[in-house]
Write a protein that binds this ligand. Structure first.
Ligand SMILES: [Fe+2]
Ligand SMILES: [Fe+2]
Length: 178
């Protein structure tokens, strides 16, 4: 790919490659589960996917990355399907360590995943979990997740620009791009 991708092109790539995942009823349920502050897991997952594609583009990794696997893994990396703030039983402390596997089990139940997607989802919390990602796609998802969660270094508002807010408002953008 010659020219660097624009924000609109990145959103279109995510919408097209993530169509099956984004349309699933369980993914739609993630609109009601909140992640960081007032950002839903659904919106967070789209941000991570956009940022992972942006990182792949800016690092010129196109010949090393399977784009569809990258987008799907990023969209499913937090597919644990509960609001971890409400998670009871005293185990919510372990959420950071266990939710990669919970996401993987749910995702394997709902979708046909390849090895890149499975590994990238289960290892996305590295180094909190002992196993590092085995594929470059997994490293991109891990990096994008951390950048997205901390909102450091990059202005993630690039993906919300003009909408004047956070949370699910940017999701409407994704839907328009679909
Ligand atoms: Fe996560
Ligand atoms: Fe995440």
């Amino acid at each position: 790919m010659g020219r660097l991708l624009t924000r609109t092109q990145i959103r279109r790539i995510v919408a097209e490659n993530g169509r099956e995942v984004l349309a699933h009823p369980n993914m739609q349920r993630e609109r009601a589960n909140y992640q960081h502050g007032n950002v839903s897991t659904f919106a967070h997952s789209i941000r991570v996917a956009c940022l992972a594609v942006w990182l792949a583009d800016r690092a010129h990794l196109w010949n090393r990355v399977d784009l569809k696997s990258l987008v799907r893994a990023a969209l499913l990396h937090d597919y644990f399907l509960y609001d971890w703030h409400d998670w009871d039983g005293g185990t919510h402390r372990l959420h950071g360590f266990t939710h990669g596997n919970a996401a993987l089990l749910n995702a394997m139940r709902d979708f046909r995943l390849n090895a890149i997607e499975r590994d990238s989802i289960s290892c996305h919390m590295f180094p909190m979990t002992p196993t590092a990602p085995s594929y470059v796609e997994g490293w991109l998802v891990t990096a994008a997740d951390k950048l997205s969660a901390t909102r450091e270094t990059f202005s993630l508002d690039r993906f919300n620009k003009g909408k004047g807010g956070k949370g699910d408002r940017n999701v409407k953008d994704e839907e328009r791009a679909r």
